[in-house]
Design a protein around this ligand. Structure first.
Ligand code: SAH
Length: 252
């Protein structure tokens, strides 16, 4: 069995973990030792008598900022002993947007250290000094990094070997081929007057595959023109390559 994937999470609210990750697929995988979770209370690294972890922003303004000395001590204690090649991320709305490609990279990297911010965020110097990469869940503002950390870990864990029962479902799902997934149906065959598409009941595997591919393309084209453009460009490049010609507009 490969070494378990390691998640290290630094937070001011350690009781928020494993939270939803203690249930269902991720929870079972955690219990089976397919991944490990080390939750670290940043407050445990505070040194003054009030155990303060934050202070007012230099230059004024609302809210509080997490202190660099306390956070750096926590990072050094936890990430300092992480195997080489495992990244240190600060969850932040300023960061690179998390996507399935990065999730796949993280899944094969052995593990990750995640810093959850609170209040207005963390002192910029600690990010520079510890070379933390910034990672965002999307263009919206959460009240803390914990939900983003949970989302990232959940997305990674379901890709680990042995976590999802039928690994075929990972190969077909949204983003696997650069497309959104086709629609699903189950019994009953007619519900509130709506019938399951006939092709799915006919048992003709090649026709079903073609229908699903066409639906995935249609949904991607209409809902996510950005994804569609890069998918189409990639396929155009491939088609051109196999023909051995370089006609058409090939996007990089
Ligand atoms: N003042 C900051 C927001 C702070 S929100 C700003 O305007 O950019 C408090 C914490 O929540 C942040 O430190 C970060 O860790 C987390 N957070 C908020 N939104 C996030 C997002 N979209 N992705 C990941 N983490 C987020």
């Amino acid at each position: 069995m490969p070494a378990p994937w390691q998640a290290r999470v630094l937070t001011l609210f350690p009781e928020m973990l494993p939270g939803p990750l203690g249930h269902s697929l991720a929870g079972k995988a955690l219990a089976r030792g397919l991944w490990t979770l080390e939750t670290v209370d940043i407050r445990g690294f505070a040194r003054d008598k009030h155990r303060s972890v934050d202070d007012t922003p230099c230059g004024g303004g609302p809210g509080m900022v997490m202190r660099p000395d306390v956070l750096a001590a926590a990072i050094d204690a936890v990430h300092g002993k992480a195997p080489a090649g495992q990244a240190l991320y600060y969850l932040s709305p300023r960061g690179r947007r998390l996507d399935q490609a990065l999730v796949r990279e993280l899944a094969v990297s052995g593990g990750v250290t995640l810093v959850c911010g609170r209040f207005e965020g963390v002192d910029e110097r600690v990010l520079e000094a510890r070379q933390a990469l910034e990672l965002s869940l999307g263009d919206f503002v959460l009240s803390g990094g914990e939900i983003a950390a949970l989302a990232l870990i959940d997305a990674v864990v379901r890709l680990l070997a042995g976590v999802v029962g039928d690994e075929g479902s990972l190969a077909e799902e949204s983003f696997a081929a650069g497309l959104l997934e086709y629609p699903h149906y189950t019994r009953p065959p007619v519900w509130e007057g709506r019938a399951v598409p006939e092709v799915l009941l006919g048992g003709h595997h090649e026709e079903i595959r073609r229908w699903r591919q066409a639906e995935a393309e249609r949904l991607t084209r209409t809902r996510r023109p950005d994804l569609w453009e890069s998918y189409a460009a990639r396929h155009e490049t491939e088609a051109t390559r196999t023909k051995g010609t370089r006609k058409g507009t090939i996007k990089p």
